[in-house]
Design a protein around this ligand. Sequence first.
Ligand code: ATP
Ligand code: MG
Length: 457
Amino acid sequence: MSKNRSLKTEMLFRLVIPLIFFVVVDAVLSYFVTLHYVDQAYDRWLLDSARSLAQEIKVRQGKVVVELPPAALEIFKWDEQDKTYFKIITTEQETLAGDKSVPEPLSPETDWSHPVYFNDLLYGEPVRIVSMLVTLDETPERVFIHVAETLNKRRAMMTDILLADMIPQTILVMLTGVYLLSGLKRGLQPLHTLAKHIAGRSSRDLSPIPESHVFLEVRALTDTINDVLEQLTLAIATQQRFIANAAHQLRTPLAGLKLQAERALREQEVQAMKPALLQIQNCADRMSHLTTQLLVLAQSEPINGSYESRSVDLCELVRKTCIDWVPKALQRNMEIGFECPETELSVAGDEVLLRELLVNLLDNAIAYGYEYGNITVQLDSKPTPCLTISDDGPGIPEPEMGRVFERFYRLPGSPGNGCGLGLSIVKDIAELHHAELKLGRANDKGGLRIELSFTPI
Ligand SMILES: Nc1ncnc2c1ncn2[C@@H]1O[C@H](COP(=O)(O)OP(=O)(O)OP(=O)(O)O)[C@@H](O)[C@H]1O
Ligand SMILES: [Mg+2]
């Protein structure tokens, strides 16, 4: 279907064109059927004329003669529409009566056991001819009668019959087209009404389209639009909540910065300013961390999901990141262990985002694990590429496991300057990579185990 063709045109094309085609086929068939019956009817009359001529053929003193009384000739004149010609001829081509120009059947194999009908031209006019053989008892000589008639009557009858057949059919097709158009116009009216209703709404109005405005057939469309509107409402509400939370999170360290700066300014000695300056540094660190987390989150949101997917060597990425994070772990006297299969392990994804995911999980394990604890990072290739990070810290209590993925949510009493976005980022990046994320206990005593199963390339 062409891009902008309307439903009306499409329906007309699909219904009226086949109808016109059927009418044309019917006209052609009707033509031949009518021709057959018209010929049959008029051929019988033509044969009657030939037979009446045959009665006038006599044998006088052994010679064939034709005695045509004026009454017999009259029968060829009574018809006003057509001209009739005849020829009576012997086997020796002796014309006994009539017009010599009347054509005869050309084929020498003509079967004379019954009358022969054919079409030909006489004086430039098309004619229908009947030829018959007359045998006489008194003489062995054979006589042929040929009667030709112009086609005016036949044509007039053909035209009458065809018109009587075609006119109602053409009117029927036209009426069908008009009826179809008006029906379509009426049928499409609810769609126009719906379009007007939607166009008339304010861009802020995300309420569902009321059902009273729609017909049953349009319901599927409005239901889908209503579903989208509902999802949009939810997404906007979530976004607004997020913006409010982010603003609140940014305001707190900013207020702290201002307060500490004022406190430092009140002091005369540099030494006395130090505690306030340390607080300022702390606030700046928190703000910088929060800003980084917000930016990563914005980048990893599945709704933005336009990352460039490439083949990423997981072993290499995880090994490098673990090495980079060793000094951080050593600050808390923790050890990072890394296990990787011998074979190369690649997944389709974005290397920068996957690194962010790993960094957040390592940060959490270091921040919330016990001092002198162990962190194990494991990569498996079977059955699907799988990354597991476990620590032997306190872990997350089971009822909280669902909540820790919420944005800005932190377990009560969590240490450090975290802003509660790390696991949300992990969840979004996992979703973006179609990877399955599972939280669980690392061992009987507790600990946290996070498992991420990727789909193989
Ligand atoms: N390995 C872990 N062991 C114990 N608790 C954890 C662990 N990882 C996360 N948590 C808990 O889950 C909460 C949410 O973690 P998340 O990483 O989302 O936020 P955050 O670490 O507080 O802040 P951010 O990562 O944005 O700096 C944390 O506050 C912490 O209480
Ligand atoms: Mg974190």
